[in-house]
Design a protein around this ligand. Structure first.
Ligand SMILES: Nc1ncnc2c1ncn2[C@@H]1O[C@H](COP(=O)(O)OP(=O)(O)OP(=O)(O)O)[C@@H](O)[C@H]1O
Length: 258
């Protein structure tokens, strides 16, 4: 099983702020955010366009540097790391799934899944890999190249690639944004299984209430702050919360029905 200590958060932000630019044109994308990402849980981040979702995810993943506060991944505070150490931490402890699947077209599904480990000179644990492939239902697709796979299958390969190194955390940025609703539900179901059956920790940014309903917890951002949380979300309760934000004057989300 993935090395997850459920009693300690997988990541946390303490008084996290992020400003872009300076002077009159400065934008405060995150405003003193405190949040804990529970290990072995599926967390969704939602909020209107420009509310800071991507910035929060990028800061938590060590892809963007905060201008104030702290970010911890496990027991490591990221500002204490140099660039090389940060790169290593991202490589060893964090997996990414993007809206564009980012698979290499000339490689088979299996080669795409093992590529990051191969580049890092690290052989994937065969037992773990077999479990990941089975959980994602990819046994019969390993020798296919991306163009021979459906969009949903390609995204499942991208999820398997993220899981292969057994990262402490997986960050998914609109992972179903390029998929039809059936393939999207399939990928979300597999992300859910990776949490339930493999003990993964997943953080996902989404605009879609249906996608958020696969999570254990939804964090709502507005104007760079966490303004609400919803445990055990359903598509209806998420939609209802989103409407409440809209009626309070927050900018509407770019998509509520995709
Ligand atoms: N590199 C940057 N330079 C300047 N401003 C930025 C930069 N990145 C983000 N911002 C600003 O920070 C704020 C938060 O942006 P962010 O992308 O985190 O929002 P978001 O909630 O992910 O939006 P969306 O749902 O539209 O993707 C926005 O006002 C945005 O314009």
């Amino acid at each position: 099983m993935a090395a997850q200590d459920r009693s300690a958060p997988a990541a946390r932000a303490v008084g996290l702020s992020k400003a872009y630019g300076s002077g009159d044109t400065a934008v405060l994308a995150l405003d003193r955010v405190d949040v804990e990402i529970d290990a072995g849980r599926f967390t969704a981040i939602m909020g209107p366009s420009g509310s800071g979702k991507s910035t929060l995810m990028h800061c938590l993943a060590g892809l963007d540097k905060p201008t104030g506060g702290e970010v911890w991944v496990g027991d490591t505070e990221l500002s204490r790391l140099g660039d090389k150490q940060l790169t290593r931490l991202r490589r060893d402890r964090i997996g990414f799934v993007f809206q564009a699947f980012n698979l290499l077209p000339t490689l088979t599904a299996e080669e795409n899944i093992t590529l990051p480990g191969d580049i890092a000179g690290r052989k994937a644990d065969a037992g773990w890999l077999a479990q990941v492939v089975e959980t994602l239902g990819l046994q019969d697709r390993l020798r296919h190249r991306p163009h021979e796979l459906s969009g949903g299958q390609q995204q499942r390969v991208a999820v398997a690639r993220a899981l292969a190194a057994r990262p402490q955390l997986i960050f998914a940025d609109e992972p179903t944004g390029n998929l039809d609703s059936r393939s999207g539900a399939e990928v979300l179901g597999f992300l859910r299984r990776s949490v339930d059956e493999l003990g993964q920790t997943v953080v996902m940014v989404t605009h879609d209430p249906n996608a958020a309903s696969f999570a254990d917890l939804v964090l709502f951002l507005a104007d760079g702050r966490i303004v609400d949380r919803l445990m055990g979300p359903t598509a209806d309760t998420v939609l209802e919360r989103m409407r409440r934000f809209d009626s309070r004057g927050a900018k509407p989300t770019t998509a509520t029905t995709d």
